[in-house]
Design a protein around this ligand. Sequence first.
Ligand code: GDP
Length: 311
Amino acid sequence: MRLTAIAGGTGAAKLLRGLAAAVPRSSLTVIGNTGDDAEIWGLHVSPDLDTVMYALAGRLDAARGWGLAGETFRCLEAMGDLGAETWFNLGDRDLATHLYRTRALREGRPLSAVTAELCRRLSVAARILPMSDEPVRTRVRTPDGWLSFQEYFVREKAQVQVLDVEYAGAPAARPAPGVLEAIRAAELVVVCPSNPVTSVGPVLAVPGIAEALAAARARVVAVSPIVGGAAVSGPAGELMRARGLTVSAVGVAAAYAPWLATLVMDRSDAPHAAELARRGVKAVLADILMTDRDREIALARVVLDSRGPVD
Ligand code: GDP
């Protein structure tokens, strides 16, 4: 089965590991968020692409949910000694990825080609496509002004009030090569349990992608990152509120209307099923907390089974 997934970082990585264990890896295409890409110490860092790539390479640090397992941070310390900013944690071996990517981009290669090369070098059989080769940058407006996503999320630890969110550059961005085709050719499209505003939102902001989802012959199935009235982790709740979405499975479905067919949500959210049905979204109840590998695979199987007959 050809499977195309839309992914952010940490939440997506867990489900993608499950999917990669349940289907042939070469049948999986991941469309990754680049809205939270950043330039750190002059290097192009793509946090979400790297989280997914390291997860599918079996190298992700499982406890942190980002970066490489067994990582050290000696360069970060040394940069601190030099008075450089050290709020963004770049590991020593992780730096190799950013050096490799930055050099290739400076030589004029597109991000999609560089990402494919990195995946090949790390023996990732799934295809990882950035949503766009052009820069799209998520920015968050706070009472003190606009912050880049990483300034908001990592430097400020998401502890500032969010008034608005924008995807700078999105109107002029084009989907990266292969993105629209992957949506069109898919037999199932999966929206990973990722932040609807800052992980999936930037992907949908690239002109053509939401339209392709609406026109897809495949069913689109999302896994909710929200249980009850709160995100499983991170600031998705606060960001959804800032965007006028209710923080619930219903709010997730609203963010993905009108092309969402099925929402896999927590069993405790069963009371929302009727409202989803009114909105034309089928609710599938499952255990959606992926606290270990077995649960990742079990949830992946629920997602695959929820495909149902293609109408
Ligand atoms: P980020 O770019 O690192 O923030 O990564 P994502 O956007 O992919 O993931 C963050 C989202 O994943 C948050 O909104 C969490 O609520 C959600 N999340 C994290 N772990 C889980 C999980 O085990 N199950 C579900 N359903 N959602 C999760």
